[in-house]
Design a protein around this ligand. Structure first.
Ligand SMILES: Nc1ncnc2c1ncn2[C@@H]1O[C@H](COP(=O)(O)OP(=O)(O)OP(=O)(O)O)[C@@H](O)[C@H]1O
Length: 249
């Protein structure tokens, strides 16, 4: 399996056009192996498009993307089995029980040690006896937790999560952040996430990229963003760095 010493994700000069306009403009970033890396930016800045392009779900119009050391356009099943993606609107099937959903997830990824996987995913979900109930009886927080547990228990090389805690209460948000950080530290899982929550990004991410109108306006540590702008918090630094770029423009 090639690319063990390579960054988890490397994008160079990526441009992507959608609906007749450039949504990503000359985006370059490097996500180190084993890191928790955050992408932040206003609504419509291009975060989801960036993730989809990095994962090969969209083809970049210009530039190049390497995923786990391989050019993404050449990547096949053996690479994608090491990558887990949770889209912003990802949902488990409502008519399945939590247990059934985990089994389905394991079969899609070709998990070999099914019992070990189910035990770990069940534990990470924190859902206990509720796993025997249908997903449609779960709250949004429970559904998110089930999805995050399903992906982390795979121990993927790279986990990509688009706004994993959006709309969740603080208890679920803190729980998910803890899982992501622990799994990254303990199992070397590289985590790439997007968020609108600067507290979240500051508390879990070692490096961040800020994107505004499809262009990178900052890459580095959260602390450096604060220092560079002379702001008193990451939220203030973020506003200073993205102001003028706008979101949907
Ligand atoms: N399939 C598409 N066709 C045309 N335009 C698109 C398409 N997908 C996204 N866009 C546009 O591209 C821009 C970036 O969208 P994207 O969803 O990547 O932003 P985002 O940063 O993830 O936003 P949010 O924070 O609101 O989720 C937006 O202006 C959006 O309307």
């Amino acid at each position: 399996m090639g690319g063990a010493g390579q960054p988890a994700v490397e994008a160079e000069g990526v441009w992507k056009r959608l609906g007749g306009r450039w949504v990503l403009k000359d985006v370059s970033l490097t996500v180190p192996r084993g890191s928790v890396y955050g992408v932040v930016g206003p609504n419509g800045a291009g975060k989801t498009t960036l993730f989809r392009t990095l994962l090969g779900l969209y083809r970049a119009d210009r530039g190049r993307v390497a995923l786990l050391g391989e050019p993404v356009e050449r990547a096949g099943g053996s690479l994608f089995r090491r990558v887990a993606y949770l889209p912003e609107d990802g949902e488990p099937y409502r008519n399945m029980t939590g247990h059934e959903f985990l089994r389905l997830y394991a079969s899609i990824y070709g998990v070999e040690d099914l019992e070990g996987y189910l035990e770990e995913a069940s534990r990470l979900s924190g859902l206990g006896g509720r796993l025997g109930e249908r997903v449609r009886s779960y709250s949004k927080g429970m559904r998110r937790r089930l999805l995050v547990a399903a992906m982390l228990a795979l121990k993927p090389s790279l986990a990509v999560l688009d706004e994993p805690t959006a709309g969740l209460d603080p208890v679920y948000s803190v729980g998910i952040r803890r899982l992501l950080k622990e799994y990254s530290e303990r199992h070397g899982v590289t985590v790439l996430l997007s968020s609108h929550n600067m507290y979240e990004v500051e508390s879990v991410c070692s490096e961040i990229t800020m994107i505004s109108s499809g262009r990178i306006v900052y890459s580095g540590s959260p602390g450096e963003a604060v220092r560079r702008t002379g702001a008193s918090s990451l939220e203030e630094a973020y506003v200073a760095l993205v102001t003028g770029g706008g979101g949907e423009s």
